[in-house]
Design a protein around this ligand. Structure first.
Ligand SMILES: *Cc1c(COP(=O)(O)O)cnc(C)c1O
Length: 217
């Protein structure tokens, strides 16, 4: 599927769910994609992208932002505290805030730098040991902790376990966001973005369905 087809599928899913067409943002996940594929999507007019790694994003986006107007790039992969400053300079939003130590670091840097990207808190809805994110039972507490630090927390993000029905995880994330008064839901990828939109996603993160399979190595 190409960009135009994904956009059409998003509009259809919005309409089917009784939501306003255009209310869901499409984050084109460009990690590990050859530059010419990314440039082709930029040429088509798309301006919102997602990257997994600070280092990889630092290698391509400053230049692409010079060449194309109005580009925004979101960090959707884990963030180490020692890369926090670089991430705050590079990204327009960070979707993976998941622990107090990182929140404290971001708050200190935000004071110092005078700005902070929009933040999403990652929730480990499947309670998978190897996966990042706060546990669902700790989410309310962590959200209020982060808010008390004056950080711009806008919403929640999740990556459901691969072998499980994603709808259950999207519904859980939506419930936690609602009871905490958070408007943004970052959920849904190539295989399940339509389900995510039905359950309230405000941004979907779609990679391979736009760019083709990621080239390994
Ligand atoms: C890679 C990635 C995506 C995109 O995955 P696709 O299946 O290629 O659409 C979305 N979210 C996160 C956090 C990712 O790491």
């Amino acid at each position: 599927m190409a960009l135009a087809e994904i956009s059409k599928a998003i509009t259809q899913a919005e309409t089917a769910a009784g939501r306003v067409p255009g209310s869901v943002r499409l984050i084109a996940v460009s990690k590990v994609q050859p530059l010419e594929r990314v440039e082709a999507v930029l040429q088509e007019g798309h301006r919102l992208f997602g990257e997994n790694r600070v280092q990889e994003a630092a290698g391509k986006w400053p230049d692409l932002k010079q060449r194309f107007d109005g580009v925004a790039v979101h960090l959707i992969g884990p963030l180490q505290t020692n890369k926090a400053r670089q991430a705050m300079e590079l990204f327009d939003a960070i979707h993976t805030l998941d622990r107090p130590k990182l929140a404290t670091t971001l708050a200190r840097l935000a004071q110092e730098m005078g700005h902070c990207p929009d933040l999403m808190i990652q929730v480990n809805t499947g309670e998978e040991p190897q996966k990042a994110g706060v546990l669902p039972r700790d989410a309310d507490h962590f959200i209020s902790e982060v808010r008390a630090m004056d950080l711009p927390v806008k919403g929640l993000m999740c990556i459901p376990p691969v072998e499980e029905e994603p709808a259950l995880h999207f519904a859980l994330l939506a419930k936690i966001a609602e009871r905490n008064g958070l408007a943004e839901l970052s959920m849904g990828m190539s295989a399940d973005f339509e389900t995510a939109i039905a359950l309230g996603a405000t941004c979907v993160r779609v990679g391979s369905a736009i760019f083709g399979d990621r080239v390994s190595g």
